[in-house]
Ligand binder design. Sequence first.
Ligand code: PMV
Length: 323
Amino acid sequence: MTAVTARAHTNIALIKYWGKLDQKLIIPQNSSLSLTLDQFYTDTTVQFSPKLQQDQIQLDEQQLTGPAAERISHFLNLIRQQAHCQQFAYVDSTNHVPTAAGLASSASGFAALAAAASRAAGLRLERPALSRLARRGSGSATRSIYGGFVEWQQGHDDQTSLAIPFSEEVDFDIQMIAIVLNNQQKRVSSRSGMAEVVATSPYYPAWVKAANADLIGMKQAILKKDINLIGQIAESNAMKMHATTLSANPPFTYFEPKSLTAMQVIQNLRQDGYSCYYTMDAGPNIKVICSAKETPAILERLGHFFDQQQLLVAKPGPGVQYL
Ligand code: PMV
């Protein structure tokens, strides 16, 4: 069988996916909405072969073993089932994220893997089917099939839970600056973090309610191309998500001292008249939402607190593609 290579870009949620209704199928508790970014992506090549006795998986030139390899093999089983394919696969995946930025690579990773592996197995999946498949690898991957602003519609089962493009062509000058504070493995994975908050935070039902309302506001803000409103809603949504970790039992947090420093710098810039806002996922890094024209001034100010290598600028990026 032939080798197939696909590229998928990572995405940052403006309205977060935070909690599952169905663990196995990865059906979320709320719909979410993200921006796909041009700078960070994964290239993955897959080839099925009758010569293999098991899957051989390489990530950034390292052979994967243990639970990380099992997770990929488990995902490949879904494709083998659909394609009626008995063969194991070579998987070779490279993350193109400058200097191991600790930015969500599971989104680009599983989106690229879904595209490459399904086609290598002989399936011809359209983007909605690819989005549903990628979801089974990692929830956020469901959105990386599309470029620009993307909504993951919660749905209620495997058929109905998938992403749709909200606006793939972004014709206003929104950008993101990723502030890389720590590129180590997360202490609490998103998977276990969300399971904890669903099970123990008394604020969790309030999160779901607020996220639904935020999504409606966010769509209006995007249609208006209003970066201030997009930023305000995204920042508020992210902090509500993080409030569920502080209110979990036992409590935990993804905040690190440097995360708070970055938030404060952004708040100060705002007081000085700049339109910039922050969001944060299941790790300490901060992503700043701003406009292209204000990016140089914001970078200059951030440069007083962080090294230049810690500051990565990204624009809206494309959906999954075959190379
Ligand atoms: O796709 P996962 O399982 O890594 O979950 C991602 C969760 C957040 O990044 C915190 C939010 C999101 O919607 O991407």
